[in-house]
Write a protein that binds this ligand. Structure first.
Ligand SMILES: Cc1cc2nc3c(=O)[nH]c(=O)nc-3n(C[C@H](O)[C@H](O)[C@H](O)COP(=O)(O)O)c2cc1C
Length: 323
């Protein structure tokens, strides 16, 4: 499957300031500036590279091709759905107009802790007459927690892995244990197994087929995906026994929901993560959701279509005790 046209990404911005062209905040040469705004008007509607070049017959073809390739590399011109981080990065500058505290929060652990405390005690509106509810005990789930150091000497049994994935498999009559927008279940679940860490499974990237309750090999990468993770998450991935990658598949969602399907897929990703992490806890498997990574570094192993978009991943393994 291939998207034939090139599109100006919905998240990319351009403007002229002091007579210079800026695209996503980066200044471009006067030669490139001359292509605008026509270049934007054409690509926002979508067109092929050949059509694009035909519109600039009087210009140097090579420099236009190089410009197109640069914009493709930066995902400003796209021939797939926007990646999640691109999609939402458009919100940064608008949010920063109201509140610029983010730089301090990101820079210092103390500020981050203060920020977390303020988030957990936030007062959203001026409400009154609070009614105290019954105090219901949390039960065993109070002991669930994110695990960030896994025991590299311990294997996950095949039974444990099967039990974990039973939380997201299909049962008789197309029945799942978790809800999904429109009953489409458009999130594809990939499992990356490390060498000698899961009983009966060799190292490899597998696709979970929920209606067959099987794992099928997609690729056999060498080593692990540590380098694709942000620094603070690298040891979590390095020590885990296996990782689960959630990928939204628009082909089986957008025909019904158009662009909103992307949001519904993200919501499904959250529900799947809850189902898996709670099931992991009951199977004595530790887990940690990883919200952001440089998926581009490893995307080649997944062989995704332009309509499949990575959401987030979860690391699993046996918790390393006694640290
Ligand atoms: C969407 C999402 C993204 C997360 N991303 C990360 C992450 O990148 N690294 C990490 O160490 N923990 C991550 N976590 C785990 C949270 O930090 C953790 O759930 C939270 O601090 C509450 O702690 P607990 O799970 O131990 O109760 C993530 C959790 C969620 C739900």
């Amino acid at each position: 499957m291939k998207i034939k046209k090139l599109y100006w990404s919905a998240s990319a911005s351009w403007y002229i300031e002091n007579d210079s062209l800026f695209i996503n905040g980066v200044k471009y040469s006067d030669d490139i500036k001359e292509l605008f705004p026509k270049f934007y008007f054409m690509t926002v509607k979508g067109l092929s590279v050949t059509e694009l070049l035909e519109n600039y017959r009087d210009k140097d073809t090579n420099s236009i091709i190089m410009f197109i390739e640069k914009l493709k590399g930066e995902k400003i011109l796209v021939n797939s759905l926007d990646d999640l981080n691109m999609l939402f990065s458009s919100q940064n500058r608008i949010y920063k107009d109201i509140d610029n505290s983010g730089d301090a929060v990101k820079a210092s652990p103390e500020e981050r802790e203060k920020f977390t405390n303020s988030a957990l005690r936030r007062k959203v509106s001026n409400c009154c007459f609070p009614v105290e509810l019954e105090n219901i005990p949390a039960g065993d789930l109070i002991n669930r927690k994110s695990v960030r150091i896994f025991d590299k000497e311990k294997k996950i049994s095949f039974h444990q892995l099967s039990a974990l994935l039973s939380a997201v498999r299909e049962y008789e009559n197309k029945k799942y244990l978790y809800p999904s927008g429109g009953g489409l279940y458009p999130v594809d679940i990939y499992v990356f197994v490390k060498e000698n860490r899961v009983e009966n499974l060799s190292q490899g990237l597998y696709l979970f087929i929920p209606y067959e309750n099987r794992l099928a090999v997609v690729d056999i990468p060498e080593g692990d995906f540590k380098e694709a993770h942000y620094f603070s998450n690298r040891d979590i991935h390095e020590s885990s026994a296996f990782s689960v990658y959630l990928v939204y598949n628009a082909e089986y969602s957008m025909p019904k929901y158009d662009g909103l399907g992307y949001y519904l897929g993200i919501a499904d990703g959250g529900i799947i993560s809850q189902a898996l992490t709670v099931k992991a806890f009951s199977e004595e498997i530790g887990s940690c959701i990883i919200g952001e990574m440089n998926f581009d570094e490893i995307s080649e192993y997944f062989h995704l279509s332009p309509l499949q978009k990575y959401l987030h991943c979860i690391e699993f393994g046996i918790e390393k005790k006694g640290l």
